[in-house]
Design a binder for this molecule. Sequence first.
Ligand SMILES: Cc1cc2nc3c(=O)[nH]c(=O)nc-3n(C[C@H](O)[C@H](O)[C@H](O)COP(=O)(O)OP(=O)(O)OC[C@H]3O[C@@H](n4cnc5c(N)ncnc54)[C@H](O)[C@@H]3O)c2cc1C
Length: 289
Amino acid sequence: MRVAYSAAIAANPWLAREARIERITPEVDDVQTYHLRFTDAEVQANYRFTAGQFNMLYVPGVGEIAIGVSVDPKVAEAERTWDHTIRLAGQVTGALAKLSPGKTIGVRGPYGSIWPVTEHHGRDVLLIAGGTGLASLRAALYELLLHRDRYRRVTLLYGSRTPESLLYETEYAQWERLGLNVITTVDQAASGWTGHVGVVSRLVDGLRTLDPNRTVIYCCGPEAMMYYAAGSAVARGLRHEQIWVSLERNMQCAVGLCGHCLLGPEFICRDGPVFRFDQIARYLNVESL
Ligand SMILES: Cc1cc2nc3c(=O)[nH]c(=O)nc-3n(C[C@H](O)[C@H](O)[C@H](O)COP(=O)(O)OP(=O)(O)OC[C@H]3O[C@@H](n4cnc5c(N)ncnc54)[C@H](O)[C@@H]3O)c2cc1C
């Protein structure tokens, strides 16, 4: 599902606005959450995003990157900030990691398609995340919990490399209390780990409560993980039309002009990043595409 760009973006999609880093929360190794607020109070007051969308973050003199919005929308509204959870990967994320609270960066957005949560009232919703992919699902997760009575079973299957790299672990108890079934798995278990070990798609294979007739899936993580998780869901009886994935490929313009993020005929920035699986499944297993 696509949403209309706000009037400001429609008028000038290239315009980055200045935002201040209000706080930084260390999450796990190499991952931090940045709590941001626009320095112009009017820009901040008019800033709206929908779960699934991303911003372009600009570090002057270094470059610009796409990052999903990862905040609880209720907290964003109350605190007039919003969050990005970012893994240190290279140049721009490296420059961001050197900034401290009080410093400013450029932000343009939000851009892109959204998780279709409002279309799925009355359904079971299965969230499947791998690694920092959970960041791009977090706003949708909170949206589902805010209106928990509108959905049937809501489950999170989350796979991470190690127990130490599970994101947002301090929030799981609260998510469970609010009606989310959280099931985690790790690639490598440390001593004392009593949970699942193995890839997240195996949790889909073994999920006893999965009802193919009433479930929709939202999935974000490495592309191979999403491909195999969707394959497991199809083996359990779901159709491609019941699965949405968010693609986090490298992109540049964010408005469907430069072609940097093209996947087949789809601009991930403009037509995605959230796609219904039948739209893009055929391109995901094409080598080097
Ligand atoms: C819609 C969208 C949402 C995203 N949300 C998040 C998020 O919430 N949190 C987060 O940490 N990251 C997210 N990303 C990924 C993020 O944009 C990249 O990690 C970032 O661009 C890396 O920038 P850099 O300059 O630090 O690294 P670079 O110096 O550009 O690259 C370092 C290395 O990583 C590789 N690389 C760079 N970007 C990507 C990418 N997108 N996919 C695979 N390999 C890449 C490069 O080829 C290079 O080998 C998102 C990407 C998209 C498109």
